[in-house]
Each structure stands twice: as C-alpha cells, then as structure tokens.
Design a protein around this ligand. Structure first.
Ligand code: ADE
Length: 242
C-alpha cells in the first residue's frame, strides 16, 4: 500500500514512523510512505500557504492553490488514484471500520490542515472524505494523520507478526477489549483471575467475552447499543447481573 501526506510540517510525520510497527512495515516494503511539503507548491517570495479569512475574524485560513497543486502532483506521482482524505475536526469520526476501509485502498492521500481552517473549495475540488479523530481541536492535521497511518498500517496484511492479532483488536467486533494479564500471577497483592491460569480454553474464551461485554456496557454505551450480540452474549450478560 502507498500513503502520501501533504503537510506544512513534513518532518513531524516522517520522524514519527522511523521506528515501531509502521516503521518496520515501511522498511519491509509493505507500506510506502511519502510525505510532501505543502510549501513546495506555494508561489511567491514568501511561499505563503495561508491568508486572512474573508469576512474577518481571528486566525488564518489555508489557501486553496498550494493544496490543489500539491494534490495534482501527488496524483501524478503513481498510477493508482488515491483516496483523498482531509483531516479536520469538521470531518466524520474516524473509527476501526474506517481504518479497515482505508487499508483496503491501494493508495491513500492524507491532507493536513493547519491554522483556523482550510478554504472550503479544497473540499469541493479534491477531497473524497473529511475525517476527524475525535471531538477536540488539535493545532493541525499532522497528529490525526499519524493516528490514521498507524491504525491503517497495522491492518495491512503481513504488518503484524501474527495476523490473528488485528482480528482480535478492540472495536473489530464493535466491543472494547477484555482485560489482559501476564506474569507474575500475583502482583502487589492483586491476583490474575484464576480462570486465565486454568488451561481451560473454553472457560477463558467465555470469561473474556463477558468482560468485553460488561466493559463496553459500562464505559461505552454508544458502542454497546450498536453491537450485534449473539444468543451466547445475551446469556453471558444475563449471568453477569447475578
Ligand atoms: N485538526 C485539528 N483537530 C483535528 C481533529 N480532532 N481531527 C482531525 N483533524 C484535526
């Protein structure tokens, strides 16, 4: 898979993926990451990428021309047409389903906004989707782009050592993950649940599922209400009320 990023802070994004899971995927040739400096597409002596907002108000707005020029150059840099995504707090919330969808595209282009916003014509002319990583405002789209690259990168087949790990992640089935324990069996007076040490695989599976269901119901009612529950899930929840 190939991911392109268009940003005024290209080093910030490049440096983030020099190590870790995605860094290894890049080294191993499973992911090609190319970060482009928006300023290279800006004209004039000062290579200005932002300007004052029409209508007045605080802050600056990102100009449309450098972004359009950058997107055109990036599209022409490889054969496949990229899925073009603008990172903005006004976008649809990014979730595991979107990460899966993006990971199945052969090419993704992430456009990072900065300042108070991006000229709206950018969205009309060269963006397929607007995406937000959460209901808070960051100072730019770079950290959101990194979050998207990490979430998408680890879903590319072969990136995680064990292909089952991605399938077992939280959210893959719409629920939070169950608790995890490792050695020592007792730590600071707290014992790992006996069932996990029992060697009874079916009992472990049921315990984990019940924990995931209970946690999701308690912490994330929104996810719980949308989750598709099986007969077994309903039975586990029923017994957890006892
Ligand atoms: N840019 C600033 N804040 C953002 C957010 N929460 N998600 C995506 N892009 C952003």
């Amino acid at each position: 898979m190939r991911i392109d990023v268009l940003s005024v802070l290209p080093r910030m994004v490049e440096d983030a993926f020099r190590e870790g899971v995605v860094g290894r995927a890049i080294e191993g040739g499973l992911l090609e990451l190319k970060v482009w400096n928006l300023r290279d597409f800006a004209e004039g002596k000062y290579q200005q990428t932002d300007d004052a907002p029409f209508g007045g108000g605080a802050g600056m707005v990102m100009k449309p021309e450098p972004i359009l020029k950058g997107v055109r150059a990036i599209r022409e840099d490889a054969d496949a047409e990229p899925l073009k995504v603008l990172l903005t707090p006004q976008g649809r919330l990014f979730d595991q389903a979107a990460a899966g969808r993006f990971s199945r595209a052969s090419r993704l282009l992430l456009i990072c906004g900065r300042y108070e916003g991006v000229d709206e014509r950018v969205s009309e002319l060269c963006v397929d989707e607007e995406v937000s990583i959460g209901d808070y405002v960051l100072s730019g789209g770079e950290i959101p782009a990194m979050a998207v690259i990490d979430a998408v990168g680890r879903l590319i087949p072969g990136v995680l050592g064990n292909d089952a790990s991605a399938a077992q992640d939280s959210f893959t089935d719409g629920l939070l993950d169950h608790p995890h324990y490792t050695r020592p069996a007792e730590f600071e007076g707290i014992r790992a649940p006996d069932v996990l040490l029992s060697g009874d695989h079916e009992a472990v599976r049921l315990w984990r599922r019940r924990q995931a269901l209970e946690r999701t119901r308690e912490r994330r009612k929104d996810l719980f209400d949308r989750a598709e529950l099986s007969e077994e899930d309903l039975r586990l929840l029923e017994s957890s009320r006892d």
